[in-house]
Design a protein around this ligand. Structure first.
Ligand code: FAD
Length: 408
């Protein structure tokens, strides 16, 4: 493991830092730490930040310059992400599109489609969403029931997706549908890109406990897409989805919300019994646990960075990062809100300590433990692919999809 930047990496970091110092100040306050109020003002600010990054070669750093990217390496992307995080700019609207959907379009679409869509997405002019999960298929993405039937040069889509982040403001999406129910579940799927304003697409925001509506139900009623919108061959949708999901593991790897240093600050300020929470013995015990976890995570991330720095691809072991950080965020936020006593129930940033950062993260952390693979699914991945334990029993692997029991 290598803890230090190479000379080239240090030079890149210095250059990124200088650029952020010159450009990020006005955006640090406006970006609201990754929370997405979905107001027109906030969206406009997010789009202008993305355009500014694209112009300077800091948007999609690993993508070829010909496609509007920075022509750089994965380690440069990690370095820029770290520095952008330190500069306090985090809008969050483009993560799914640029992290998962557009890479899938780049891998499977024809040149004309790529020319049309990649540049506007990199510059933040158009936003994409990922339409995979359904009421009966979340962890088991291959259980998708939304149906597409061929009709001449078109396909006609009917069904429902759920938990679609950002569907309400997205221009385009990638949608996984069942085109052949006579084959086993992984074989009868097909992927399309879709215009979210197409007739028959209805987006219904889901109201969350945080008061926000970040994700949605999306209904499809006789929605027509052209065969030229197909990504990959008919029946090969699972292979296309795997490309999206591999990108998702990398895009969702980090965690949003307060970190160990911030809870130390809170612990110094908040009263608990006869002194600040920092002098409370049971609280100190918790702090020690989080410190050990945070150090372990830091070292695991160094391992990932070392792999990237050497031109290797991080393996399934990076799944552990999300399990630990999401659980730690939930645990840490829970205790912080308890420590805030009667202020803990106030979710108004103008009134609650630290602009209600812990109240927000308490409500966001359960979602983080589910999005991009639940704790249990990630543990299965670690068990099977890292530790080499026997695989899960998969009884429906060879059964035609139409013969699978549905409970109805
Ligand atoms: C914040 C957030 C954003 C999201 N954004 C999107 C998006 O933009 N697009 C999209 O398509 N989806 C999105 N999702 C959906 C997400 O991918 C699914 O919620 C997730 O895959 C889990 O699926 P599920 O909710 O159907 O739960 P289920 O798969 O029904 O799981 C229910 C429980 O069973 C457990 N479980 C399931 N299978 C196994 C197994 N094999 N072994 C052990 N335990 C198991 C799970 O861990 C979980 O505890 C988002 C979710 C969240 C929380």
């Amino acid at each position: 493991m290598d803890f230090n930047d190479s000379p080239e990496e240090a030079a890149y970091r210095a250059q990124a830092k200088a650029w952020l110092e010159a450009n990020a100040a006005d955006h640090a306050a406006r970006s609201a730490g990754g929370r997405r109020p979905n107001t027109d003002d906030h969206m406009a600010a997010a789009k202008s930040w993305q355009a500014r990054k694209a112009e300077a070669g800091y948007a999609c750093i690993t993508w070829p310059k010909a496609w509007g990217g920075g022509g750089g390496s994965p380690i440069q992307q990690v370095i820029f992400n770290q520095e952008e995080g330190k500069a306090g700019v985090n809008y969050g609207y483009f993560t799914i599109g640029l992290g998962m959907c557009v890479p899938t379009v780049m891998a499977f679409a024809d040149d004309e489609t790529k020319q049309r869509f990649v540049g506007p997405a990199v510059r933040g002019e158009e936003i994409w969403c990922q339409l995979f999960s359904e009421p009966a298929g979340g962890s088991d993405v291959a259980a998708a029931r939304t149906r597409a039937v061929r009709d001449g040069d078109d396909w006609v889509i009917n069904g429902q997706k759920v938990w679609t982040t950002g569907a309400q403001y997205s221009d385009y999406g990638i949608v996984l549908v069942r085109t052949d129910p006579d084959t086993p579940k992984h074989k009868g799927l097909t992927m399309f890109w879709i215009d979210m304003k197409s007739p028959g697409v209805e987006v219904r925001p889901i109201y969350q406990m945080s008061g926000g509506s970040e994700f949605n139900e999306v209904y499809f009623t006789d929605v027509r897409v052209k065969d030229s919108q197909r990504l990959g061959e008919p029946g090969q949708g699972w292979q296309v989805a795997l490309v999206t999901l591999m990108n998702e593991r990398l895009a969702v790897g980090g965690s949003a919300g307060p970190n160990y240093a911030e809870i130390m600050n809170l612990a110094r300020d908040l009263p608990a019994g006869n002194g600040p929470a920092l002098s409370d013995a049971s609280f100190r015990e918790k702090l020690a646990d989080w410190y050990v976890q945070a150090e372990g995570l830091k070292l695991t991330r160094f391992r990932t960075m070392t792999a990237l720095s050497r031109g290797q691809t991080p393996g399934p072991e990076s799944s552990i990062g999300k399990i630990i950080s999401a659980n730690q965020l939930q645990d840490l936020s829970n205790l912080a809100v308890e420590m805030e006593d009667q202020y803990g129930i106030i979710n108004d940033p103008a009134l609650a300590p630290m602009e209600a950062a812990f109240q927000q993260s308490l409500m966001w952390a359960p979602g983080l433990r589910i999005a991009g693979g639940t704790d249990e699914i990630l543990k299965n991945i670690i068990a099977e692919r890292v530790l080499g334990l026997p695989g899960e029993v998969r009884v429906d692997k060879d059964v035609p999809f139409k013969d699978m029991p549905t409970g109805r």
